[in-house]
Write a protein of this length. Structure first.
Length: 129
């Protein structure tokens, strides 16, 4: 499972992977963090999807697996918050990704988020998820 854990009100956001429960990972991280942490979203995926997300969002990296909640990451997290249980099913993925073609003047952050979503399932499929 890929998780997005937010530190404080406005981030940064840790993008990580766990084979266990996201809530258990949150508890482990909270022990060493003075800010309150919260799960912003979780998606199916393993280490390969996690590495891909880290690469795709490297321009937002603060340190290690922590990223600024800006640009396409902020758009993606807002969009995921509107999905039932944070799931990114294929029909929703196709609709969001299709926005880039239907809305040629789409603001850059939204365009980048749509491209991120467009590539998510191909990465998940390649990982065998």
């Amino acid at each position: 499972m890929i998780y997005f854990i937010r530190s404080g009100e406005a981030g940064p956001v840790k993008i990580g992977h766990t084979d266990g429960e996201v809530s258990a990972r949150l508890s482990n991280l909270q022990v060493g963090c003075p800010e309150p942490l919260a799960v912003a979203a979780a998606l199916p995926g393993g280490p390969a999807v996690e590495r891909w997300l880290h690469e795709a969002l490297s321009h937002l990296r603060v340190r290690g697996e922590w990223f600024k909640e800006k640009g396409e990451l902020a758009v993606l997290l807002r969009w995921l918050a509107m999905r039932p249980a944070g799931e990114l099913e294929r029909s929703a993925q196709i609709r969001l990704a299709g926005l880039a073609e239907l809305w040629p003047d789409m603001p850059g952050d939204a365009r980048e988020a749509s491209l991120l979503v467009l590539n998510y399932h191909s990465r998940l499929d390649a990982e065998g998820g």
